[in-house]
Design a protein around this ligand. Structure first.
Ligand SMILES: Cc1cc2nc3c(=O)[nH]c(=O)nc-3n(C[C@H](O)[C@H](O)[C@H](O)COP(=O)(O)OP(=O)(O)OC[C@H]3O[C@@H](n4cnc5c(N)ncnc54)[C@H](O)[C@@H]3O)c2cc1C
Length: 570
């Protein structure tokens, strides 16, 4: 009887503890990483997954704010900050002599180095203008970086017939004269729903049909599955994509945009739109009414506003995604260039085609081999042994020469993400990877192109409503921030060094609920795809939680029944 009493007491204690636990804590999703968990109702706590400091407010998890006066949701805080940033006046220590007048006034140029530099620089610009290909006149808009985001925006502005002058600076060589591929870096990039919609808006799909390989889907060989893509889509290298955008700008909108390659541009002052330009011949400082930084994942403009603009915040994530490229030069006729091939899942080995010297009909194949950490092979036999053991399907497509090159190639970290709380400050706007870099899952260029479309729409709205560029920048942040955060969240579901995450990715593909497939669709906003995935995740956690609870209770009852039965029999 005594034992039976203890057993009943234990059951009562379990229920009591559960009641206390549920009364003093709340189940919710971390607004940073979306993981479902329980947190204290009264004390701030850290997310178990991403470490973000959280508190419970009105039954929901929000970022912990010491003042307790923060707006309700992180997005509201970000929107408010974006508006403030656009309205903020230039700080008193704005750069000397640089223009700090309203955004509709003309821009000014200031020499910071020797007079010869100025002559050399203007000489180069005049040469370009004299060729008849590039535009002349002072520019009000500066686009810093001629990647997909910068070129997409330049094309959008050119198409609208903007007459204020647009100049694009890029430190690299002109895409049209640069080498078509580089085996150390070349990789295939798919343009699907979001990117295709942006290209349609930019009126450039005809050129992609001519210049790029059509994208038809993904073949996941280890699972024996195909994920066909039936909408408009293309595949090619970043260079192939940039060449198509640049050609469209130059041929169909001659003189609308000035392109200056081989010039490094750095933002000196976000509030006055001052940019420092450097090329082989000197240094020059110029001010613009609008500076759009499209300088990629390692953006110096982002670092600059992080340091100078009060309230600008960014959160970094570093995932264990590393990769090394290998060039396929054997039996490539067995592969269809319109398809992306997943040859292996762990480690990931994904191969795709880009344009060769003869264009889309002369494809070159590259395969990305994933690693969980920065990898270095001792020698060529070590690399061969590794590929034979982990991704043997790759061997069919590579010669000894390419294996030797692979063994020596640098393994690159591709798992970096930065999430910013705004994309605009003063006269500066961050676009594409510059404002929202995330690990590659087939959406980086799509996001870069779509963000260019959204910014162009905001500029068009500002123009038609008689508003200034500052308003357009704030509108862009308001519109794009939720999408940017959502696509970054989606990308961070994939991590080659995290077996749990990779297992979930495979399971989702098998169950046809893959967030990566949903992210490709043009009729789904990334924010809605991420919300649906978070809801599924929450349901999964809840079901798992209840199953564990039921199992514990079942076992306890079973044990109690056995003890009671024994006792009665005894
Ligand atoms: C391995 C890998 C695979 C990928 N696969 C895909 C995929 O399948 N699908 C997809 O959509 N995306 C993919 N991506 C991502 C995609 O390449 C990027 O997201 C995209 O290129 C970002 O475009 P962007 O214009 O914002 O920046 P970028 O393409 O990085 O362009 C930035 C430009 O700015 C210039 N620049 C930088 N600093 C300066 C400076 N100070 N002054 C002047 N110029 C400067 C650079 O020269 C460059 O031309 C992949 C990326 C990697 C690494």
């Amino acid at each position: 009887m005594f034992k039976f009493g203890i057993f009943l007491l234990a059951i009562a204690a379990i229920f009591g503890l559960q009641w206390y636990f549920e009364a003093t804590t709340t189940e919710g999703q971390c607004p940073g990483c979306g993981v479902l968990q329980r947190g204290s109702n009264t004390e701030p706590f850290n997310c178990g997954m991403c470490g973000l400091e959280l508190e419970v407010k009105d039954g929901q998890f929000v970022r912990y704010m010491k003042s307790g006066q923060a707006p309700q949701t992180p997005f509201e805080q970000m929107r408010d900050f974006a508006k403030q940033a656009a309205e903020t006046k230039p700080p008193p220590k704005a750069s000397p002599k640089a223009s700090s007048t309203g955004s509709k006034k003309s821009s000014s140029a200031e020499v910071v180095d020797v007079e010869e530099c100025k002559r050399a620089f203007f000489g180069e610009e005049e040469d370009m203008a004299a060729s008849g290909e590039e535009s002349t006149g002072a520019s009000r808009i500066c686009i810093l970086g001629a990647g997909p985001a910068g070129l997409g925006l330049a094309l959008g502005i050119a198409r609208r017939g903007f007459s204020g002058g647009v100049v694009v600076y890029d430190q690299a060589e002109d895409h049209e004269t640069a080498a078509r591929y580089n085996p150390d870096r070349s990789y295939t990039i798919d343009i699907t729903g979001h990117g295709a919609r942006a290209l349609d808006y930019l009126g450039v799909t005809h050129r992609f049909d001519e210049q790029l390989i059509k994208f038809r889907g993904i073949r996941i060989l280890p699972l024996g599955k195909e994920e066909p893509w039936t909408g408009p889509g293309w595949t090619g290298s970043r260079g192939d994509i940039c060449r198509a955008l640049l050609r469209e700008c130059r041929e169909n909108y001659p003189g609308k945009v000035k392109f200056v390659f081989g010039t490094t541009a750095e933002v000196q002052d976000a509030y006055t739109g001052t940019v420092v330009l450097k090329d082989g011949s000197g240094v020059l400082t110029k001010s613009f009414d609008l500076v759009v930084a499209c300088d990629g994942a390692g953006s110096t403009a982002r670092t600059k506003i992080m340091a100078d603009v009060p309230g600008f915040k960014s959160e970094k994530a570093s995932l264990t995604n590393f990769c090394t490229m290998i060039h396929f030069d054997q039996n490539t006729e067995e592969l269809d260039p319109s398809w992306l091939y997943v040859l292996n899942i762990d480690p990931p080995a994904v191969a795709g085609a880009i344009n060769g010297d003869g264009g889309p009909r002369d494809p070159k194949w590259f395969c990305q081999i994933g690693f969980r950490c920065k990898n270095e092979f001792k020698d060529v036999p070590d690399a061969i042994k590794y590929i034979k053991k982990t991704a043997p399907k790759v061997l069919r497509h590579v010669s000894d020469k390419e294996l030797a090159a692979f063994a020596k190639r640098e393994c690159v970290h591709i798992g970096r993400a930065v999430v910013c709380n705004t994309f605009n400050a003063g006269r500066l706007v961050l676009l594409g990877d510059a404002g929202n870099p995330f690990p590659p899952v087939g959406q980086g260029i799509n996001a870069a192109l779509e963000s260019a479309m959204v910014l162009d729409q905001c500029l068009a709205a500002a123009d038609s409503q008689g508003r200034d560029f500052g308003w357009a920048g704030a509108k862009f942040t308001e519109t794009w921030l939720p999408e940017a955060h959502a696509v970054s969240w989606i990308a961070q579901r994939v991590e080659s060094g995290n077996l749990w995450k990779m297992g979930l990715v495979v399971l989702a593909v098998l169950l046809r609920i893959s967030v990566l497939s949903d992210a490709k669709k043009d009729d789904r906003k990334w924010s809605s795809v991420a919300e649906a995935a978070k809801a599924r995740q929450a349901l999964g956690f809840r079901v798992a939680h209840r199953l564990v609870q039921a199992a514990v209770l079942g076992l306890t009852f079973f044990a109690g029944y056995k003890i009671g039965k024994k006792r009665l029999e005894g």
